[in-house]
Write a new protein. Structure first.
Lengths: 220, 193
């Protein structure tokens, strides 16, 4: 027995529509490479990969998610000043990986507190250059995020520019550009923010940050 | 294991690349992604599972033998990871994990005008697949959606060929029925039954 023509048509009409967007694929690629390159040395012989990934790796993944969460936080804060939520839904890996660090998410005014605890030393598996590059990229973006949260949108913007120069082809471009829109809104540079938001929507049409970015200034 | 090479790529710092692994990722990431999703894993969990699959791939690359196709080999790994995930979901009986990273289709309802036809086609396909039980679904996805041969499916699932065909027959019947039920509901809703 073979499938009915109608069933066949349903399958055919979905063909090609399931693949990841380019930005989604690139983001996941960054995560996978970071995990594989840093975690490979210590995962031999274990089955549940995420459970045995080094704490360092998980922290890095967590860092990316904190960055993603921060964009959301910025938008939310634009609506009403509220204490930093526990990093929203994005904190899952962080909570699992570095529970103690999450308690520190509220940054102090002048002295930025690292949101992710330093990874425990990994004697056997030194991170390779690719993974280091990714974590450096994240660190810079996190710094910008902290400045934004602390109300220093101008400093945040400068850091975002630095990120743009150093990581022109980076993994977190989408997050950087979203943060830029929020920073511009904060500074009251509404026209520039709107223009940046429109460019963002064109460049990342499937971005999870899209709605927040497009409404960032309106919410103020 | 894939050969590792050093590339200076315009920077003073050498960058380590595992070219073979990266090539496999770039060629098959979409295949792995859609396979995981087609097996009924929600979008948020699918990100973690894709990562798990490629960690396993990286570890086992040296075991890969060219006697099976890369696709078959990968699907076997996907099945293992997805089955583990299903077991842990059942064991814990909890709500789905909170969102790790939001992914585009979550906001679909905010932008019904965009990409809606294609996204809708995928949604319909997945809801029809939901009508199949896990074993039928695995075989159906491989045979009807990926066009894999019976012997390849037997290899990836680890069951014999007769069982593969029996599951495929049952799966096609269930899928057809699910489609018929959906059409009946639509007809009922629009009052033109």
């Amino acid at each position: 027995m073979s499938l009915s023509p109608e069933s066949r048509a349903i399958i055919e009409s979905a063909r090609g529509a399931e693949d990841m967007s380019r930005s989604h694929r690139a983001r996941l690629r960054g995560r996978v490479m970071a995990q594989v390159l840093t975690g490979a040395a210590i995962t031999a012989g274990t089955s549940a990969a995420t459970q045995v990934a080094s704490a360092a790796t998980i922290s890095k993944i967590g860092a990316a998610l904190v960055v993603a969460g921060a964009v959301g936080w910025g938008a939310q804060q634009a609506l009403e000043p509220a204490p930093l939520p526990a990093l929203g839904g994005s904190a899952y890996v962080v909570e699992r990986a570095t529970e103690s660090a999450v308690a520190n998410v509220q940054p102090k005014k002048e002295t930025p507190v690292p949101q992710i605890a330093p990874a425990p030393p990994q004697p056997s598996a030194a991170p390779t250059a690719s993974a280091r590059t990714l974590s450096d990229e994240m660190a810079l973006l996190q710094e910008a995020q902290r400045e934004l949260q602390a109300g220093h949108a101008d400093r945040a913007l400068a850091l975002l520019r630095e990120h743009e120069q150093r990581y022109a082809a980076g993994t977190l471009i989408e997050e950087r550009e979203a943060a830029r829109v929020l920073a511009l809104c904060r500074l009251g540079r509404t026209d520039e923010a709107r223009a940046a938001a429109e460019r963002f929507a064109v460049r990342f049409p499937r971005s999870p940050h899209r709605a927040r970015v497009l409404t960032a200034c309106a919410a103020r | 294991m894939g050969h590792t090479a050093l590339a200076a790529a315009g920077t003073s710092e050498p960058v380590c690349h595992d070219f073979e692994f990266e090539e496999i990722y770039d060629s098959y990431a979409d295949f792995v992604w859609r396979s995981i999703r087609r097996l009924g894993v929600d979008e948020h969990a699918a990100e973690d599972l894709l990562q798990e699959v490629f960690v396993v791939v990286h570890r086992r690359l040296s075991d890969f033998e060219a006697r099976s196709s890369m696709k078959t080999w990968l699907f076997g790994i996907v099945l293992g990871v997805v089955r583990n995930h299903r077991r842990s979901q059942r064991r814990r009986r909890v709500e789905p994990e909170p969102a790790l990273v939001e992914i585009a289709p979550v906001s679909e309802r905010d932008h019904p005008d965009e990409r809606s036809a294609r996204a809708e086609a995928v949604r319909v396909l997945y809801s029809m697949l939901d009508a199949l039980d896990d074993e039928q679904r695995e075989v159906f996805v491989m045979a009807e959606l990926e066009g894999m041969q019976g012997t390849e499916i037997a290899e990836a699932t680890g069951v014999n060929l007769n069982t593969v065909y029996a599951r495929l027959r049952a799966a096609r019947r269930e899928f057809d029925q699910a489609v018929a039920r959906m059409r009946a509901r639509e007809g009922w809703r629009s009052g033109c039954r």
